[in-house]
Design a protein around this ligand. Structure first.
Ligand code: ZN
Length: 250
């Protein structure tokens, strides 16, 4: 992906001309005649506020002009983002399990603790696999995007970058919040993902919302089904071999 005008998404060769250190001139877009990317001279806080306000031009600046995927930095950043993304998801599962009272109980045995950790890992990996599968299928159906590796990489990258709201989960490690806050964060991530998808595909907002909503709904459904089957099997295991699965302290 090359540089784009943040106003109309028209491809542009360069964003500015540098005459001397600190002395630059912003380029104008050939299509809309406006300054191609005014965020270059803006404070970072203005960009952050515009991202929170879901302004498409802020997303264009971030996805096309800041993170240039043709540089070597992209590959490293991609895997780091994927790791952080999965880490936040694991933490989210941890908070939800704690809120159900399945973790942190003093009477919890080592085997049930391991079972819960195993279940959380399955939730995170299988849930995200189904999320991505649904997201790409829905993008193909609603937005007619191609299934090429580079296109899938671009969309995946946009998904991870626009999921920046997950950073608010860090606040939950410091202050106590009700677990319902997680669903508010997920809702913000959904809307942010939809704007990023709109910017990447230039499709209508309603189609992008549907593609993202389907992926989130399938992920929730899969984790709920896993929850029921996993705990059902565990309870069955307890009833068959009560001594090995006992939650009571010995
Ligand atoms: Zn333009």
């Amino acid at each position: 992906m090359g540089y784009r005008c943040v106003q109309c998404s028209f491809p542009i060769k360069s964003l500015y001309v540098q005459y001397s250190p600190g002395n630059i001139r912003l380029m104008k877009c050939e299509n809309c005649k406006a300054v191609a990317d005014e965020y270059i001279e803006c404070e970072i806080m203005i960009l952050v506020i515009d991202l929170i306000l879901h302004k498409p031009k802020a997303y264009r600046h971030l996805l096309y002009n800041v993170i240039n995927q043709q540089t070597l930095m992209f590959k490293g950043l991609f895997w780091k983002l994927a790791f952080v993304f999965l880490l936040f998801d694991t933490y989210k599962c941890l908070v939800l399990e704690s809120s159900k009272g399945k973790l942190g109980s003093p009477s919890m045995s080592f085997s049930s603790l391991m079972s819960t950790c195993w279940k959380m890992l399955i939730d995170v990996f299988f849930g995200n696999f189904m999320f991505l599968l649904t997201f790409f299928i829905m993008s193909k159906i609603f937005l007619h995007t191609s299934f090429s590796i580079s296109r899938c990489n671009d969309l995946l990258f946009a998904l991870m970058i626009s999921g920046y709201f997950k950073i608010f989960l860090i606040a939950m490690t410091v202050w106590e919040f009700p677990s319902s806050v997680i669903f508010i964060i997920e809702l913000f991530c959904l809307s942010s993902n939809a704007v990023a998808l709109k910017v990447m595909t230039e499709s209508t907002m309603s189609r992008c919302v549907w593609a993202c909503f389907s992926a989130y709904a399938i992920k929730l459904f899969v984790t709920q089904i896993l929850d029921l089957t996993f705990w059902g099997q565990l309870i069955q295991g307890w009833s068959q071999t009560p001594s090995s699965f006992s939650l009571k302290p010995s």
